[in-house]
Write a new protein. Sequence first.
Length: 664
Amino acid sequence: MKRAARIVNGSGAEVRFGRELGRGGEGSVFEIEGRSDLVAKLYHKPLSKEKQDKIEAMVRLKTERLLRFTVWPVDVMRDAGRRVVGFLMPCLSGQEIHKLYGPKTRLTEFPQAGYSFLVHTAANLARAFAAVHEAGHVVGDINHSNFYVTDQATILMLDCDSFQVQSGGARFGCDVGIPMYMPPELQGVTSFRGVVRSRNHDNFGLAVFIFMLLFMGRHPFAGKYSGTGDMPIERAIREFRFAYGSSSAARQMQPPPGALPLQVLPPAVQALFERAFAQESMTRRPDAQEWIAALQDMSGGLMPCSRNPAHQYPAQAKACPWCAMEAATGGLLFRPADSAQRMASQAGSMGGTGSGIAADSAAGFQLHQIWAQIQRVQTPAPARTLPEPSTLAAEPSAPVAAYLRRRKWRGAFSLASLLSAAGVWIFLPGFWMITAGGLVGVNLLLLIAGVGRRSLRSARSEERDRLRERWNELSLRYAEASRLAPFAGKLRELEQAKREYMDLEVFKATELRRLEAKQRSGQMQFHLRRHRIEQAQLDGIGPGRKASLALFGIETALEVETHRLARVPGFGPANTRMLLAWRDRIERRFVFDPTVGKVPQAEILAVERTVEARTRDLERRLSLGASELARLSAGIRSRQEAALREAGGTARALAQAELDVNVL
């Protein structure tokens, strides 16, 4: 609305406006002369009677508790006709909540905020909702522009004149809403005029914002849909497709890649999210007080990461989830406490190299100590030559030894039988038939003994061949078990990580010099572009040749390049040399001005983020290096010992089998 000549407050005192602080579709916010604690919201258009009554009612309903968490109207503003044209409210401090839960903006706008800050902010958001609900009102218009966060994690709600306000028996409605934060039962509503909002509706939006604070800006209903067609967030809300819930698979949803799993949070917080977004509990979602209690407990149970002090995570998690997420994405989620100061110092001096990345890194990481631990890991012994089984001392097996004993007695018996037969023939010729029968019996016994020997020899030969094959397999297995390549590869990887860690400062300085060179290059291009060929006095290059150059896009000193001039028909070497010399003279006159076209802060921050991410990744890899090397070394030794034990038994059995075969 057009500013009235005189606007007064509720007491009739004139309100004098200062500069305009902000402008929206409904009204503008101004400073008030002489008041540093209040600002004025002045509507652009005349208000309806209902809206005027609502603002007057809100002023009457203000309480100290409401003013702790909201920029609630504290006084009305009237024009000369006594119509309400706006109101006075406390000054707003802080920044929009989405700048906190979004990782990229958090690094710049809330550089000191760790995960405990996010949890504390979530609890304070619940306290703000509790203050509104306890006063009998409903927020209704829940969106990311209506919540501001201070650097103390306190919450301030604005646009309170859009709340649903209860004043005695009168109810002033909330006529607006954003579908992304509306509960399923309000999805599809085209006009909220006349719709009665409830605290239970608010409880859905509260849960959404708590989820986004705890899950790095992820929306609980934004996930991967395995069905056909698109699944916008509004539809997912309407169909209860909570992407992180226990029934998400049944609803064809799953969390997006790289998202924090719900199971990382304490069970009580998990249960509240399940209730808040489940169809079964849509009539009784968790209220603000339940969230306050659960988040307070969660805040007290956060653990510091042993590798990165900037990381805090719920004790429910088995390991730091932020380390894993940063390693997977290469991005930085939380900035160390000293990083903001380093960033500001670096922005002020592009040429400096600071005090060294290793010195500025996590206090718990000391490279020399970590590397000493890595060097103390015992290198596994290489494979040695296994003794050939045939060189081992062996005794015949029990069956062969028994056979040898039987053969000895059969031999003695046969000799005695022959001697006896000879004596009978000589001294008792009449008994020749008896001795002949005895000799036949002896021969039969020897024949049977020969058959037994061949059978035993065949069995032992088969066993020898089987053992020889097994011995060859075990020799290969031992050689494979003794491969030192995995251990050596890991050691080389750690050595490379150490070199990279020690060179981080050089890397950062190089990247910053690259940005400065980019700045210099931009100024040089601007300098060359200002010098047009058509305005230059060049012997032998008249208007005709200048026109030919222009046809091929060569109009300024910037485009004067050998390969481009070569494409111009009839433009010989002499003219080319003249133009190149002209460009060279212009380049020599260039003077770099570091104050012009300054390197954007966003690009400096991008370098800072890259260095931080590389620092944390290298520290993580080096910190795990000793344990990983020890695991590889122990694995190699264990496999070697197992193969040697089995090879030793096989070698002894093979030596015995070969002896048995030779004996038989």
